[in-house]
Design a protein around this ligand. Structure first.
Ligand code: ASP
Length: 415
């Protein structure tokens, strides 16, 4: 019995748990809250892996590059394509919102204002990339600071050549060790996913979504279009000449975990594991591009923030000019970079975008209060798009840098 459980492909077990979770949640109602600890346990287990995994694999990755100048070209390509794909997501979102008019005629008078949060100024965020204490950065899980320090350690190991070998070897075997732990944690995923989804279905239901159907349609259609067209067709098929189907097959474990946890940073260990195991992305690229992506590349978030901003303008009867759309696109890109990869993070940063088109923070608070109750299902979806974006860009960068294993990518996966 146990043997046949493990014989079923992991993604099928997770998907089964997801469907069962919805059914049990709907039947059980708010009582499903009582099993959420199983889901929280799962999220804690994967979060536990994130910081050590990023730190050791990033150092090992830089050492295996052999040449620090390669880091520059890799970084430049990664950031450029991250920005371009995010911009594509925003344009899709804004176009849909302009055409479908989700906010037209919406009555916000009954909404209880939610909280708005000031975005951390860009200068402060940039400054915090340099940790004043690397151990504190590791302890606090400040990923950008961890990345910065790990890059320095990696480059310094290259600079001291043979003397750096023992530390480099230690990092490499520690990376293997962390990936093994990730694999074990993933075996717990079906149970965690079941509990998380049951709670969501039991406490939120789908009825809340009906209040804002057009907004939800904009987000769902935009997400699917971005996943399939931008990531699957343009990046994977047109730019790389690879099979999009194989890409989504390889990425599915990470996408399912992203969907159930609503957190790209918690999903990171799984994202890195599928990148190496299924998509043929060599560790050098997986360990550098993906942690950065989980922190700054949020296509789904950008699409969502764009749609909600237009929704807010329409609901308050503000006519948007082309300049307004450009302002929204620019500020949304910055907000998506500054959004933490945790559930609901972007929702409270929307004020930074709406302010640029003359919506007051008080008005934004009303909009947030209005959409808060149905945010979770849409958050699940945008997190999947965020993860898809990280993986498609990592596949592209791996190809361009000659760090891609086509055989692994094309290998048939267990279905
Ligand atoms: N939940 C999203 C993520 O972790 C962030 C957000 O859009 O709220 O990727």
């Amino acid at each position: 019995m146990l043997g046949s459980w493990f014989e079923i492909a992991l993604w099928k077990r997770i998907l089964g748990a997801l469907v069962l979770g919805v059914i049990v949640g709907i039947a059980w109602g708010p009582g499903a809250e009582s099993i959420v600890w199983i889901g929280d346990l799962f999220v804690r287990l994967i979060r536990m892996v994130v910081v050590p995994l990023v730190f050791v694999t990033l150092i090992a990755g830089v050492v295996s590059m052999g040449d620090p100048t390669k880091l520059g070209s890799l970084g430049f390509k990664t950031l450029t394509i991250y920005m371009l794909t995010t911009l594509a997501a925003i344009i899709i979102g804004l176009t849909l919102a302009a055409v479908l008019q989700p906010g037209a005629g919406v009555d916000l008078s009954a909404a209880v204002p939610g909280q708005v949060q000031q975005a951390i100024p860009l200068s402060e965020r940039l400054m915090s990339i340099v940790p004043d204490n690397p151990i504190a950065a590791l302890a606090e899980g400040n990923i950008l600071a961890v990345i910065f320090f790990a890059l320095l350690v990696g480059v310094s190991l290259l600079a001291i050549r043979d003397k750096g070998r023992p530390v480099a070897d230690l990092m490499e075997s520690s990376g293997e060790m962390m990936l093994k732990i990730t694999q074990w944690v993933m075996e717990f995923a079906p149970f965690g996913v079941f509990a998380l989804i049951a709670r969501m279905a039991g406490t939120q239901g789908v009825s809340a979504l009906l209040d804002v159907l057009t907004l939800a349609v904009c987000v769902v259609v935009g997400s699917v279009v971005h996943l399939v067209v931008t990531q699957g067709f343009v990046v994977i098929r047109l730019m790389l000449g690879l099979s999009p189907l194989q890409f989504f097959r390889g990425a599915r474990d990470a996408m399912l975990v992203a969907f159930s946890t609503s957190s790209s940073s918690a999903t990171l260990p799984v994202t890195m594991a599928v990148a190496e195991k299924n998509l043929g992305i060599k560790p050098v690229v997986a360990s550098t591009v993906l942690p950065l992506g989980a922190t700054i590349n949020m296509d789904g978030t950008a699409l969502y923030v764009g749609v909600v901003s237009v929704f807010a303008a329409q609901a308050f009867g503000i006519d948007l000019s082309m300049t307004d759309y450009i302002l929204i696109a620019g500020s949304t890109t910055l907000v998506s970079v500054g959004t933490a990869g945790v559930p609901g993070a972007s929702l409270f940063l929307i004020a930074a975008v709406t302010e640029t088109i003359g919506i007051t923070p008080e008005q934004t608070a009303v909009v947030i209060g209005f959409i808060l109750s149905f945010d979770r299902p849409l958050d699940m979806l945008r997190t999947v798009v965020n993860i898809g974006g990280d993986l498609s860009v990592a596949t592209a960068v791996a190809n361009w840098e000659g760090e891609f294993d086509r055989e692994i990518y094309d290998r048939p996966l267990k279905d």
